[in-house]
Design a protein around this ligand. Sequence first.
Ligand code: GRF
Length: 208
Amino acid sequence: MLKIVVCVSGGGTNLQAILDAIEKGTITNTQVLEVISNNPGAKALERARSRGIAAEVISPRRYPDREAFNEAFTDRLKALSPDLIVLAGFLVRIPPQMVAAFGGRIINIHPSLIPSFSGVGYYGLKVHEKVLERGVKVTGATVHFVNEGMDEGPVISQRAVYVEDGDTPEILQQRVMEQAEWILLPQAIDDIANDRICIIDNKVRRRT
Ligand code: GRF
């Protein structure tokens, strides 16, 4: 049984996709230990609680500085001791001590085809604003392992989504979530839970 902790910051639609997939059985062999948010107002917390899943808030505002927050966040995860940490719409820079403690066991969903529109400053709606500003015709989403860089870890899966005339950032974000994020993230968790992927030479490979 893969024990996971899901980290969230906002609406929690990616978390919802995970919970629904576990309920439907499209994710197997997986248990959500806890949902943790940096944001006390995150709707994702309600989504967890409505399914009887523990939901914790660890807010930077409650700590004297970023380092104290990083320590508290990492300590909570160490106490839970998950097999996998899933960043699902989590908008906080991952503490270096968390990467050190859980390296290779943290995955993230990013709303573009990495390396395009990724890295520092590219998160949430901003990604889609930049996609429309640049005028690209295809975008999408990426699930990747998290390392010490920003959106630089080994890519697990990607899915393309067409940009359409008249798209606003909000319309595009919704299409990318529906056609890519909510499909890719549950699939990646199920693959990891059932030992279907591995990392060779820093590249993700499917076990044959
Ligand atoms: C989504 O665009 C997701 O790609 C990004 O954060 C946004 C909100 O995600 N990481 P969610 O609804 O909180 O899962």
